[in-house]
Design a protein around this ligand. Sequence first.
Ligand code: 1OR
Length: 298
Amino acid sequence: SVSAESMQPDADSGNWKPPKHHKTPDQLERLRHAVAGNFLFSSLDEESFTLVLDALVEKSIPAPNIKVITQGDEGDFFYVIESGDFDVYINPSGAVEAGPDGLGNKVASIGPGGSFGELALMYNAPRAATIVSSSKGGLLWALDRITFRRILMDNASQKRKMYEGFLEEVPLLSTLKPYERAKIADALETVKFSAGENIITEGEPGDAFYLLEAGEASAYKHGVDKSVKEYHRGDFFGELALLDDKPRAASVVAKTNIKVAKLGRDGFKRLLGPVEGIMRREEYDAGLDPLSKQKTVT
Ligand code: 1OR
């Protein structure tokens, strides 16, 4: 209701209550599905999760070319996409006349399960980009600024900060933009292994990709006595099975106690597209890729 919204106190006041927007079972079902694929929601505890679901409001975008966010504006809402694709435009000069419609350059496109609009809310900064509906329009879920900052943000900004330094050091990711690395940070999970443990086992199906944060690891292949590859901080492994939907081509074993940043299959597919070429080239050089073996034989 209108009154509930306008009476909502400021984030700084002690008696803030998150908004509750009633949802039909159908809406709830769709909403759960939409946020299931979003990394910002994945580490929420149950209470916070319920609270955020209650606070989200459905927003239909009935046509293409509708501006949902305008670069330079103040931030009000964070959005999760249920359906439809949304294009991201950045006008580097801030000049109104740059590009078609003054939108600037298209730098990305975001689809179902994705989200946008968090930056202005996190940093109290003007909107960094313009977001325009493409496809036939779509359906969004909007979260107000205060609930975003109170419930969702802590997690996201902690993770972005925690992984920022490390991801900057990873050679594979050096060509990415800082914002692309931030999105990867959202999706990472740190996992520890003791010396001697298998992180990956040859022949098994693959569901994750790994960046080595601390310690050392080695790759082994059946029938080969010594390790076929050594991994140090900043190195990656586990990409082949995900790139080509093949079983694990080697086992990767912790040589010391190690810490890895784990990225699941979905995140890998969604976020590492821009560096796929680099990964394929490194595997080829290492001779782990079966195709490269055929070539070296000749
Ligand atoms: P916002 O609140 O600033 C615009 O409103 C939103 O666009 C922004 O939050 C992000 O959620 C989203 N750089 C900045 N913002 C981006 C980018 C981006 N992509 C999506 N948004 N990129 C860097 C381009 C130099 C694109 C990276 C692929």
